[in-house]
Design a protein around this ligand. Structure first.
Ligand SMILES: C[S@@+](CC[C@H](N)C(=O)[O-])C[C@H]1O[C@@H](n2cnc3c(N)ncnc32)[C@H](O)[C@@H]1O
Length: 244
């Protein structure tokens, strides 16, 4: 299956903030990945959440969540618009984008250094996540599905919990409201129980204005903003939990 990267998919190509100045060097989606330990904290996930149903990581990038949770016996799949690329291409992209990201972080101070001790630690942990992802992507390709968030190739109610980290809300200056609403409705369609999205803030710890609008525009669901035990971007210690 092929996807065209249109203006909606291409994020952060404009130099509109200090950090985006660095991200501006990246053409197309930023392809990096957080560690599975970050995922557990960002989404308040425990083993009760993860047993008894499948999990789906949406816009999963090079995260090690699917690889590591699969090793632990959980049933996890990952979706990303770039999963039609070969492993070598994604590997190069990930290391290249990490360099740009780390360069960018050096010049800004709106990050909390608790999960990571410093930039070196961040780079090491994230690069490790990337290598875990690449190995799993090579060996278990069927876990990784190429798709756009607005058109997921799954039946209704296929997954117990759907997760989405670092695509929605955070890039609300590049991804419009319609994309947010459509993606969220689509992720809810394939979930039998709930959708969790993290973070709710964009640059400088400001909460995205789309959060309130989304809560108002969704019907027949319960949406709660929940505190989490993870904060790297200042103010980024909340997720939204949307239950069907
Ligand atoms: C910043 S990365 C976040 C990766 C991972 N979720 C994490 O938190 O570490 C954003 C990811 O979203 C993917 N992406 C961008 N637009 C997308 C879309 N329309 N549908 C699916 N994935 C998309 C990119 O390819 C990239 O891997």
């Amino acid at each position: 299956m092929e996807f065209k990267l249109n203006e909606t998919n291409i994020i952060l190509t404009k130099k509109n903030t200090e950090l985006n100045h660095h991200f501006g060097k990246i053409k197309g989606p930023i392809f990096i990945g957080r560690t599975w330990k970050e995922y557990l904290k960002m989404f308040n996930l425990n083993s009760d959440d993860m047993v008894g149903g499948k999990l789906l990581d949406c816009a999963a990038g090079a995260s090690s969540f699917t690889a590591e949770m699969s090793k632990r016996g959980y049933d996890v799949k990952a979706v990303d618009i770039l999963y039609n690329e070969e492993a070598d291409v994604l590997c190069d992209k990930c290391y290249e984008h990490m360099e740009v990201l780390v360069d960018g972080l050096e010049s800004v101070d709106h990050f909390v250094w608790s999960f990571f001790s410093d930039l070196h630690d961040l780079k090491e942990q994230r690069n490790h996540a990337c290598s875990e992802f690449i190995q799993d992507y090579r060996n278990h390709r069927k876990r990784y599905i190429a798709a756009d968030l607005t058109h997921l190739p799954f039946e209704d109610n296929s997954f117990k919990i759907v997760l989405c980290s670092h695509l929605l809300f955070i890039y609300d200056h590049r991804l419009d409201y319609e994309f947010h609403l459509k993606s969220i409705k689509e992720m809810l369609r394939v979930s039998s129980s709930e959708l969790r999205i993290y973070p709710l803030v964009k640059n400088r710890g400001m909460k995205s204005e789309f959060v309130k609008r989304i809560i108002n525009d969704l019907h027949d669901v319960d949406a709660d903003i929940v505190k989490v035990d993870y904060e790297f971007r200042k103010g980024g210690n909340e997720m939204i939990k949307i239950r069907k």
